[in-house]
Design a protein around this ligand. Sequence first.
Ligand code: NAD
Length: 506
Amino acid sequence: MTTTDDLRAGARTALRHCGVDLAAIDGDLLTARTPVTGETLFRIGGSTADDVDGAVAAAHAAFLHWRTTPAPVRGALVKRLGELIGEFRDDLAELVAIEAGKIRSEALGEVQEMIDVCEFAVGLSRQLYGRTMPSERPGHRLMETWHPLGVVGVISAFNFPVAVWSWNTAIALTCGDTVVWKPSELTPLTALACAALLDRAIADTGAPPKVHQVLLGDAAVGERLVDSPSVALVSATGSTRMGRAVGPRVAARFGRSILELGGNNAAVVTASADLDLAVNAIVFAAAGTAGQRCTTMRRLIVHEDVADELIARLTAAYQRLLVGDPFDGATLVGPLINEAALVRMRQALARATEEGGKVLVGGDRELADTSPNACYVRPALVRMPAQTGIVREETFAPILYVLTYSELDEAIALHNGVPQGLSSGIFTRDQREAERFLAADGADCGIVNVNAGTSGAEIGGAFGGEKETGGGRESGSDSWRAYMRRATNTINYSEQVVLAQDVDFL
Ligand code: NAD
């Protein structure tokens, strides 16, 4: 097992490579901790709620300059950021593994996502298109233009400590906005590294220094950002509990929000499914990242004809999963983020049993003797008699509840019968079943896949979910529109006033 001293040394080296001044971050406001051993790495400084107003004012001043900088020039900043992330890819991945406990391949994948979104945003900087529509009036032209919005407050969760920041920041900066970021208090080191790389990109390209700032702190810092009238858009990623607090507060001041909240993602496995493919996809989606993705598969809705075989194969695969040190190349499942997550997982399994469920495999703590402060668990597979109680909630841990069905309509009703609506999948070789799942009366999620698991989205598509997942969209496609304001322009090039709808006034 990697020791805390090794991790501390690794974090220092990675931070130094990324340009973080280690002496400057020394302090006593926050604890940087690693779930790999469950121990403290450093005590560091941070921000309090009182620091928010100054940061937002500086971001707004920078915005006044940045908004008139040509979009392709703004894109040059994001291009440089992408280059630097590529150069320091290993250091960033090391920090993600240290702070979030991801295995190397997943940590590197998260960093690759940052590079991908930067490339996307650079192209976008020449494609912030508005439309031109035919005017109903002679001698008139009607069109839409898109303008920068203002300061964007980004609040992010621990489980994607760098990718979610990059989705928001690369797009917001390209759109002419400035960013104040409040990362998770559980992952301050990765945030410092990202901010240092962006500071370097800003210096290299001559952009205004305050187009981006980071405020390390707890929920109180996030709340002040949410309430700040100069923050035009709050993009908040985290639990539904957090979104329930943030959404109404932003709405009360007529601010805009993008809410990316919890999921309770399911896959339907039909009788025609390719079970080899399904088993591999399900194990990655349900047990990968130790069940700590918003898109983690949490419910499996299996046709009764294939349920016994699929469950037997999944049980065997779960028993084989190597749980342990994410720095060991053979490990597939790293640690839970902290003790609170382990307690919630145990409580969920206890409730599932009370509600008639049967734990088929997993749920046990592992490595408690060698790493007593870390929380390693074997992912759990639980057969449930019905979709009630705990199955309708998101527990941010690797628990997969298995339900069975006999008719596809019943499976779709079960699939949609939860409050959350992020990601979904169907495993089938029958095109009718696939199309039915994709149709308007099919799966009700923001992400709907066929023969693919619920997790592991690409940045090219819009990312987000419906219902209690919050309705926000980030990343690719036309998600950029949420970061800009739209103006509808009517240009009269005739010599008279012509009123719309044939109104006759003078
Ligand atoms: P969390 O809700 O505890 O914290 C997320 C962030 O919100 C943190 O930065 C936290 O400090 C801040 N925060 C909390 N309360 C706040 C408040 N009242 N006002 C302002 N800020 C506040 O979430 P977490 O445990 O870090 O992450 C796990 C959760 O995030 C899961 O529910 C997961 O599904 C969700 N998530 C969703 C997405 C998505 O895109 N839909 C992506 C990643 C994670």
